[in-house]
Write a protein that binds this ligand. Sequence first.
Ligand code: ADP
Ligand code: MG
Length: 667
Amino acid sequence: MLSLRNVKKDYVTGDTVVNALKGVSLDFRDNEFVSILGPSGCGKTTLLNIVGGLDRYTDGDLIINGVSTKLYSDGDWDAYRNHTIGFVFQTYNLIMHQTVLANVELALTLSGVSPKERKERAAAALERVGLGDQINKMPNQLSGGQMQRVAIARAIVNDPDIILADEPTGALDTQTSVQVMDILKEISKDKLIIMVTHNPELAEQYSTRIVRLSDGELISDTMPVTAGELESKGCIEQAVEAEKEEKPHKSRKNAKKKPSMSLFTALSLSLKNLLTKKARTVLVSFAGSIGIIGIALILSLSDGFQMYINKVQEDTLSGYPLTIEAETVDMSAMVSAMMGITSDDKNENKDPNTVYANNMMSKMLTSMMQQQVENNLKDFKKTLIENEDLKEKITAIKYTYDFTPQIYFDKDHPLNATKKCYQVSPSMVGEMVSMSSSMSNFGFAPWTEMLDNRELLESQYDLIGNSKWPESYNEVVIVVDKNEEINDYILYSLGLINPEEMYEMMQNLMAGKPIVEKEHKYTYDEILDISYKLMLQADYYKMSGNGYIPRTDDEILQIIDGTYTYAPGEEMATVIDIDVVGIIKPKEGVSATSVAGTVGYLSSLTERIIDLTNEKPIVTRQFNVPDRDVFSGLPFEADANAQYTLSMVDKYFMSALPDVTDTQASL
Ligand code: ADP
Ligand code: MG
């Protein structure tokens, strides 16, 4: 049983308010075919969207199976939309580049059903609407009536209790309309169908009950649900009780299982859509395309609720942005090369009684290199900056440069467990978590630049404790999850847990001893008290003779400490003090968040690092002799006649170098 209680909906645009619904009370039986009639603009679509959970009422209540939706969390709404409701729209909303079968299957991907079962159920649903022989066609090969039947198949494939249809025959001629209505009638035998229509004849002929709206109000109902029916369902009392309790748990109990998509589904969907990606970021693209698929799904399900789509799109894109890289690789070429690899070479030209290596790796890499394309990012960036039209359409742009901020924990800080100054960038933990570089793509890199759009950030995160948003380049925020937790792996990398503890854990693991979980907790104030030091990568090298050599770890730590004694004439290293000024946590109900790491810094820090680095003598010097490596003094372009060995390079790298301005490196 579904009940609307005095539901009001106001749309506010600028300073005008449209009262689209002015207090509608309606009950729907579990099993009937209701038509909603009324002139254009009277609130029919609004009513349907509210019933379907695509839009929220301003006042009143929607009671689903005796539970007030006032208590619904976003997750409850998602589950309701995905499992209880099927939508059919006037404009079909099919995905044009996917087959009829794939379009119907797509509605099941969020339900966590196996691919085999998905195919079977989609085929059965299509059979039911009389399209069993059309499943492999593309939507544009079908007539309007057939497309609408595909949409109906998609709506029923999940076996929802309720089908909502908004002018399903609005774009069809009379004859085709009748076919579609016959199918809806058939389905209504064991479901609730609520259909908005302009066509009173069809309503009369097919539905069991007609409800008329006018100007946001209910004006007639041919078969209202009686008080007796309501009571027998026990709906009234339950709803009132639920309301009294005012606890969100009550509704959760009733919610069906959350939508889920297996990694494999996501992967195969992604592969279909996004084959062209650079190898290193393939995994990230998969994650990203889940977002895009999500958008496609929502688009196909919830037309008429543009605001919601825009928000989801914005959130999803900020979590999985469109990324344009300096180089791209055609992955499909690589995959096809891999497929062909076992079969090419026949046994010609091979010695008998001999086993040969199949050079799969080198073939794969060769084909990858051949497909590598360089993007002209310099001009692209210029276009982005100059094009005014583009700016309005873009939420935020982040320019990523190929460096990792080198961060150190302040040794005097009370939270510093070891009382030693040590580096806290990901490399420290990277030793132990060997996958760390690829993991960093999944948001395990603690330090990340935030998007340059405060409004967007504020819409996704709440500040907690005595926090503020960073304003200056050397201010950062710590990101906690919605339970106000930070995982221990990150805490090690942030310098908040002594790395010794992790080594100990590893040792216990090796020795087969049990691993003891320790509790770590920090007050907001303690976290806000944290400060870090950042060292420029250029300062990891110092002048020696005519070239540059790397500094030792001890020297670097002394520089951070401020205890290092500079040699006469030695260039001072730059150390930036970084302050934690805020703790942010994702807002309730935000579908995706934009800060992937745990420490968020401003783009002005990146700019500052670039500016400071550009002033470093080592950089100026490299610019002055662009064809020679400033460290080794060797030319960048390999000289075909010269023979370099590893030990030669090593020797020159580690000791005083020949002056790079010499016309010839004295090798
Ligand atoms: P119907 O489907 O009966 O034609 P709607 O439910 O679409 O009517 O719209 C009812 C009223 O609400 C109309 O006046 C319409 O202009 C207004 N309305 C609908 N959606 C919005 C919106 N997103 N923002 C502002 N006004 C809206
Ligand atoms: Mg409408």
